[in-house]
Design a protein around this ligand. Structure first.
Ligand SMILES: Nc1ncnc2c1ncn2[C@@H]1O[C@H](COP(=O)(O)OP(=O)(O)O)[C@@H](O)[C@H]1O
Ligand SMILES: [Mg+2]
Length: 308
């Protein structure tokens, strides 16, 4: 069970005089064991920062995160290192999470070598079950990451996350760089691991129709806050907040000949244009994605921004 209470992460932009970016601005929610919750919202609303903050890949400004009775936000560095396998991140760009010099089978076997101290040969044997659970074609284990398709690497990433025996997986736009058939396969894999292994899953995506098909609940984020949360039917049929209306309207616009989204949702569009202009002026920066599931190693965002 995951309980997030009043989570905040602000970034102080490097440019003097500019206001801090309230990327995550007081988020509270729970995720039951084995529950699959979708998180959606427009670009820049803070979804990735929320994902990284609740896994403590980015330190929160304030707020608490509790997973299975452990206060994640109170863990010491060494405590966090030990706890890290229990909460796994799957990113949009899984290739960056694999060492390009290691064969994919070796990388997926890494959790067993690190966590159980077994030989590489034994670790590779132990990882086979997880690779098949994630739908990875065993004939590809000798390949290097650059020799695999996006969908194949993403399945290897899922296998490696599963090998850590997590109780929580956060998947940040795991299908957005994949073609539709690979997207569907990954979606099925997530549904299966969620129902068969009781792993709680927070799935971040722009694709509201997809989330509606697979999730128990959907949360909608806007400007660092969760503005709506409920069963998919409530979100797609009776959207309450304007941030929800954009993807919903895109979906209905493609289903019937409704007016373009901009007409239906001017407020959202004005805001996203403002955000795009602010991003291109360079006052905000995006985190680089170099993530390891054991160390949580990532590009140090202190080099680009200061924790407020
Ligand atoms: N390391 C950082 N330093 C400064 N600003 C950041 C940093 N990471 C994210 N941001 C800003 O926080 C906001 C939310 O970003 P992000 O969480 O990536 O949104 P989303 O994933 O919803 O697109 C954006 O305005 C972004 O520019
Ligand atoms: Mg993001």
């Amino acid at each position: 069970m995951l309980t997030v209470t009043g989570l905040v992460r602000h970034f102080q932009a490097m440019h003097s005089g500019s206001v801090p970016v309230r990327a995550v601005d007081g988020v509270s929610f729970t995720l039951a064991d084995g529950e699959l919750v979708g998180l959606t919202g427009e670009s820049g609303c803070g979804k990735s920062t929320l994902a990284r903050t609740l896994l403590r890949l980015v330190e929160p400004t304030s707020g608490t995160v509790e997973l299975d009775g452990t206060q994640v936000t109170a863990l010491s560095r060494s405590g966090l290192r030990k706890f890290r396998p229990r909460m796994q991140l799957i990113s949009q760009d899984p290739e960056s999470a694999f060492n390009p010099r290691n064969k994919i089978g070796e990388s997926v076997a890494e959790p067993f070598r690190v966590l159980h101290g077994v030989s590489l040969k034994k670790a590779i044997e132990m990882s086979e079950d997880y690779l098949s659970m994630a739908g990875f074609d065993m004939e590809l284990v000798e390949r290097y990451p650059f020799e695999l398709s996006g969908g194949q690497i993403q399945r290897a990433a899922v296998a490696r996350a599963l090998a850590c025996r997590p109780s929580l997986i956060v998947a940040d736009e795991p299908t957005s760089s994949l073609d539709p058939s690979a997207q569907a396969q990954i979606a099925q894999t997530f549904q299966r691991i969620n129902s068969e292994h009781g792993i709680s899953l927070l799935w971040i995506s722009h694709d509201l129709p997809l989330l509606s098909c697979v999730c128990d609940r959907i949360a909608v984020m806007h400007a660092g806050k969760i503005v709506e949360c409920g069963p998919p039917g409530d979100i797609t049929i009776r959207p309450v907040h304007h941030a929800t209306r954009s993807p919903t309207d895109i979906m209905s616009a493609t289903l019937s000949d409704r007016p373009p989204v901009g007409v239906l949702n001017e407020e959202f569009y004005r805001e996203s244009q403002y955000r795009a202009a602010r991003d291109s002026s360079g006052t905000t920066v995006r985190p680089q994605n170099t993530y390891s599931p054991f160390t949580g190693l990532q590009t140090d965002d202190k080099t680009r921004s200061r924790h407020t």
